[in-house]
Write a protein that binds this ligand. Structure first.
Ligand SMILES: [Zn+2]
Length: 155
């Protein structure tokens, strides 16, 4: 499986942004935008759920209006990037919730959904993240700890 690659500054800026937007009190999330190479999915930018849909964080569970996806595709086209994963925060551990499993943000086989624990209170390391790969039909493969760290490269 292709690893997800981040520049070191981009990784820490992303975690800081997610923590800031959730104010340490609620979940926040983003789509990760990048390019797919022969060996990796390289992240260059992100668009947060509240940038795409200001209402999105008002619910207990993050949900996006369909107009948010129009903004997302427009944002990708402008940057000439594609969605390579999504990420959201959880208050405690990084395991997927029942609704995370039932409602992928993008329901395509192979789509990667990351979860950062502790509302992304820093420093967040790749081993702290859950790396979840959608298998279709409501099924996921999840990687934790050293298995997650092997799939997330910070360069
Ligand atoms: Zn969740």
């Amino acid at each position: 499986m292709k690893s997800l690659e981040f520049g070191v500054g981009l990784w820490s800026a992303l975690m800081g942004d997610l923590h800031h937007r959730g104010q340490g009190r609620r979940e926040s999330g983003a789509f990760l935008l990048g390019r797919v190479t022969d060996t990796a999915k390289v992240v260059y930018d992100w668009l947060t759920y509240d940038e795409l849909d200001p209402q999105s964080l008002k619910y207990p569970i993050v949900r996006l209006d369909s107009s948010a996806f129009a903004h997302l595709w427009e944002g990708c086209a402008t940057r000439q990037l594609e969605v390579v994963a999504d990420i959201h925060t959880h208050p405690h551990g990084p395991a997927q919730s029942r609704s995370d499993r039932a409602y992928p943000m993008i329901a395509l086989t192979g789509h990667i959904a990351l979860i950062a624990p502790n509302f992304a209170r820093g420093p967040v390391m790749p081993k702290d993240i859950s790396f979840n790969v959608y298998q279709g039909e409501g099924r996921w493969h999840s990687y934790y700890r050293s298995d997650a760290a092997a799939l997330i490269k910070i360069l």
